[in-house]
Design a protein around this ligand. Structure first.
Ligand code: PEP
Ligand code: MN
Length: 344
């Protein structure tokens, strides 16, 4: 339920509503907009009736939120959320490009990739240290050794970093080294993991499961938000289709659908969605045209020798060409590509 306060409501009116929500055993969430303060009552809505609040001082209106997700909903927070990582932003008017290898393989591989993607205009460095793979017999990532390389090289090149957390037991470890924690497609409904990252104060990149509906993705975001972490970025990375021509079916319509119902930023990963290098740039451009707040792309100096996802990783040269194509599209949709070299 959301309680919209009158423009002239005072702080003590707001606190009155907050205390009433707490007395009813729910959690208040105060969102102060430019013109209005909106207070959400989070928890079991069956305990609430609009008349509990309607007559209170400073209250303008009381509305149930019909959607199952509340904090993730635009009804609750009408302005776009902008997630900030140091000087880098994801959301609002900015286009943010996350790039780097699928897996961190060595210091030399990561450094070469990091320098190239920064030069071409990426603003966040990605790299997997714990690799969820379909087969247990394939490379599983360098673990902590890889995390150390990511932190060191991110620092060296001046880019914030993102890496995947696959197990709740690695939470402290991954949070110590990375700026953004990625919850991968396979863990999108690992609710214990979602709740744990929700208790941290680090941004979370939440990828859509190939079998999840948009509503299920937003419900997973709600798990993180409801624990108090409001720095959530969503990522569309393709859903399971019937056509083997691409690895997954990139659901670009998820971008405007999500932007209509949620204030959370949404980026697109054309690498995992298509699984094919030659399809990455066209779908990256299409994602920006569809209004995505950014993209995440895999880049490797020698994709043919990559220890994971070789066929979909771009060479640094191909990444640069893609970035050149991206700028006019970003401008055409009234967006601004951020990044160290974004204006060149
Ligand atoms: C990744 O981004 O490294 C990854 C494994 O992607 P996904 O979880 O979307 O499969
Ligand atoms: Mn990969």
């Amino acid at each position: 339920m959301i309680i919209v306060m009158q423009a002239k409501a005072t702080e003590s009116h707001v606190q009155g509503v907050v205390h009433r929500i707490e007395d009813l055993g729910l959690r208040p969430h105060v969102s102060r907009g430019e013109f209005r303060t909106i207070i959400g009552a989070i928890g079991d809505e069956s305990l609430l009736k609009p008349e509990f609040f309607a007559g209170m001082m400073g209250v303008e209106s009381v509305m149930p939120i019909m959607k199952p997700y509340k904090l993730a909903s635009r009804d609750f927070h009408s302005e776009d959320t902008i997630v900030k990582i140091g000087g880098c932003r994801i959301g609002g008017n900015a286009i943010t490009v996350v790039a780097g290898p699928c897996s961190i393989e060595s210091e030399a591989q990561l450094r070469e990739t990091a320098l190239a993607v920064r030069e071409a205009g990426a603003s966040i460095l990605r790299g997997g240290a714990f690799k969820p793979r379909t087969s247990p017999y394939t490379f599983q990532g360098l673990g902590e050794e890889g995390l150390k390389m990511l932190q060191a090289i991110g620092g060296e090149v001046g880019l914030p970093t993102v890496t995947e957390i696959t197990d709740v037991r690695d939470l402290d470890l991954v949070a110590r080294y990375a700026d953004i924690l990625q919850v991968g497609a396979r863990n999108m409904q690992n609710f214990r993991l979602l709740a744990e990252v929700g208790r941290l104060s680090k941004p979370v990149l939440l990828k859509r499961s190939p079998a999840a509906t948009i509503e299920e993705l937003l419900m997973s975001a709600e798990y993180i938000l409801s624990e108090g972490n409001h720095q959530v970025v969503l990522c569309e990375r393709g859903v399971r289709g019937f056509d083997k021509a691409t690895r997954y079916l990139l659901d670009l319509s998820a971008v405007p659908v999500i932007q209509g119902v949620s204030h959370l930023p949404i980026i697109v990963d054309p690498s995992h969605a298509t699984g094919q290098r030659d399809l990455v740039a066209p779908m990256a451009l299409a994602a920006i045209a569809a209004g995505a707040h950014g993209i995440m792309v895999e880049v490797h100096p020698h994709p043919d020798k990559a220890m994971s996802d070789g066929p979909q990783q771009l060479t640094p040269e191909a990444f640069k060409v893609m970035m050149q194509g991206l700028r006019p599209i970003a401008e055409a949709v009234g967006r601004c590509l951020q990044g160290a070299k974004a204006t060149t």
